[in-house]
Design a protein around this ligand. Structure first.
Ligand code: MEV
Length: 433
């Protein structure tokens, strides 16, 4: 792994786009072709036509870079594809706060996915369940024959778990879980293929009829965890003393911990960050969403995916844990040129490292949202950011951007025509002085 320069940059949003690209190209050793990919969105209509059905075009999203991230002591730039303003700025801001406490510590468990095989019409469920346990090794060996490449890479079938669903709307059924280490893949294809291949053997052993053979998106054996510790002093801003900000964040988390209505929004904020990296790197973000929300409800009551507390010194400590089924090989990660460039910017080959960065981004996003919500509210920052974009679109450059944006926010009128007129008056005034 190359030692990268710092990801700590201030005022990046004020740089003209070509300068941002130049800097990024140097930071991540991007070639001219790779820069071109960022410009043109990555895929041609022909490539799109080979990816899905009934193609009539392509659909682009903005790609931003979240700055300031340090994950396990390593500086990273985080590509995020998202249409919502404030997300990239929020992640970068929170990463700067976390950096003051040493950045994020993150870890991901082994890449074990679960495949489900549904068995119906089983004549004797307890006997069938016992027979499956007895035949465990034979079943796992059969599953291992399916993908020799994954085997060679050190992955493959790891375990077999037999579950009985005694009461379903169609009566009792057996469910066989195949636990399968998919290495650096997201793993849906490998697991689905293995489950389909096992079906005849499962029928033979149980005397039942196999129904579904499919991956579970509740990937609770493939968890990613992140933690950060923000020094209390780093949290103060404007009229908000640090203790009030820290306490406000803990109270905001407590609300989500206790109330599913709030938890849904709280977790949505976490996924704002995770999804944006998932999309940029070509992941199946629907799978991540499904896994995250199911995991949030694992106790039987939907709750917050993160926790926030104060330590003995008054520092704010945040933790996030969720399933992250992400891959760096296969699927769109390799087929989509922009996803390849995003992975290169992140500088990572291993799915595990990608999951570690993504869980850190989720925690950062959560911190940014809670800090804003517990203090000045999110609209103020949102409006300031929006005003800056309107100012830039009106032609403001350098210091003019902040000044035009500031005046628009103060007036409560954020419109291109108002930005142009403020800009004209600023320049006239400067001409006179
Ligand atoms: C908006 O996209 C996300 C937030 O609603 C998250 C939250 O409320 O924690 C700000």
């Amino acid at each position: 792994m190359n030692q990268k320069p710092s990801s700590r940059i201030s005022g990046f949003y004020n740089w003209p786009l070509p300068e941002r690209l130049d800097w990024l190209a140097r930071w991540a050793d991007l070639t001219d072709e790779e820069i071109a990919v960022l410009h043109n969105g990555g895929i041609s209509v022909d490539q799109a036509d080979r990816m899905i059905e009934n193609v009539v075009g392509r659909y682009a999203l903005p790609l931003g870079i979240a700055l300031n991230f340090q994950v396990n002591g390593r500086d990273v730039l985080v590509p995020m594809a998202i249409e919502e303003p404030s997300v990239v700025a929020g992640a970068s801001f929170a990463a700067r706060l976390a950096r003051e406490g040493g950045g994020f510590r993150a870890e991901a468990s082994a890449p074990e996915m679960i495949g489900q095989i549904q068995v119906l019409d089983v004549p004797d469920i307890p006997a069938a369940a016992a027979a499956l346990v007895t035949e465990r090794d034979r079943i796992l060996a059969r599953a291992d024959e399916v993908d020799p490449v994954i085997r060679q890479l050190g992955g493959g079938a790891r375990d077999l778990i037999v579950r009985v669903l005694p009461e379903t709307p169609v009566g009792p059924m057996l469910v066989v879980h195949l636990v399968y280490d998919v290495r650096d893949a997201m793993g849906a294809n490998a697991v689905n293929t293995a489950c389909e291949a096992l079906a005849p053997l499962i029928e033979e052993i149980t005397g039942g009829r196999v129904g579904l053979r499919i991956l579970s998106n509740l990937a609770d054996r493939r968890l990613a965890r992140a933690e950060c510790r923000i020094p209390a002093s780093a949290l103060a801003f404007n009229d908000f003393p640090s203790e009030r900000v820290a306490q406000g964040i803990v109270e905001a988390w407590a609300f989500a911990a206790a109330d599913p209505y709030r938890a849904a929004t709280h977790n949505k904020g976490i996924l704002n960050g995770i999804d944006a990296v998932a999309i940029a790197t070509g992941q199946d973000w629907r799978a991540i969403e499904a896994g995250a929300h199911a995991y949030a409800a694992r106790s039987g009551r939907y709750t917050s995916l993160s926790t926030w507390e104060l330590d003995a010194e008054g520092n704010l400590v945040g933790r996030l844990e969720l399933p992250l089924a992400v891959g760096t090989v296969g699927g769109a990660t390799r087929a989509h040129p922009a996803a390849r460039v995003a992975l290169k910017i992140l500088g990572m080959q291993a799915a595990r490292e990608l999951a570690e960065v993504m869980v850190a981004v989720g925690l950062a996003q959560n911190l940014a949202a809670l800090r804003a919500l517990a203090t000045e509210g999110i609209q103020k920052g949102h409006m300031a950011l929006h005003a800056r974009q309107v100012a830039i679109a009106a032609g403001a450059v350098g210091d003019e951007i902040e000044e035009v944006a500031r005046r628009m926010v103060a007036e409560g009128i954020i419109r291109p025509d108002r930005a142009e007129s403020i800009l004209r008056s600023l320049r006239n005034h400067q001409g006179k002085t």
